[in-house]
Design a protein around this ligand. Structure first.
Ligand SMILES: [Zn+2]
Length: 163
């Protein structure tokens, strides 16, 4: 690991925090090796980059329960077909709630693509149902409304919900 250094006298790898080498008793080298500095540098640069990214959104304000749960409520499974003259999207969803809150009124947005890959339609519906904390819920044959008859593929994701 990065926290190991080599003893000057015997070459044994010892902890950076060790004052002396457990092998030969030689005082541990104080100078941090170049490799350690490199690793440290990468961590520092990486850390700055990451803190910049997060601070651009909301700084140090504590997250609301909804913000906290934002990335923890996901669409685990999704299947769809059409019914009613082939123009109404009927979808089965499996919503996974990894947050510690009960979530409800889940808004799902689907982008619909034609065979050519062009986005030709989209639909948004709110599922007025709730999913308990840490649980998954299957929603069967949910009516996502009319879609273009040329839709070949659909990508759905959760775009909003209430706590
Ligand atoms: Zn040694």
């Amino acid at each position: 690991m990065a926290s190991l250094i080599k003893c000057k006298a015997c070459g044994t790898e010892i902890s950076k925090n060790a004052k002396i080498c457990p092998q030969c008793g030689e005082p541990a080298p104080k100078k941090t090796s170049l490799a350690t500095w490199l690793v440290l540098g990468i961590f520092i640069i990486g850390g700055i980059g990451m803190s910049n990214k997060s601070s651009s959104g909301s700084s140090s304000v504590p997250l609301t329960p909804k913000e906290e749960a934002q990335n923890q409520v996901t669409l685990e499974d999704f299947n769809w077909g059409t019914s009613g003259f082939g123009s109404v999207m009927m979808a089965d969803f499996k919503i996974k709630n990894d947050s510690k809150y009960l979530v409800k009124d889940i808004e799902i947005t689907c982008k619909d693509y034609a065979k050519s890959g062009t986005e030709i339609d989209s639909n948004k519906r709110v599922i007025y149902d709730s999913v308990e904390a840490g649980k998954s819920k299957k929603i069967k044959k949910f009516n996502m409304g009319f879609i273009d008859s040329q839709v070949n593929q659909s990508n759905c994701k959760i775009t909003d919900f209430q706590i």
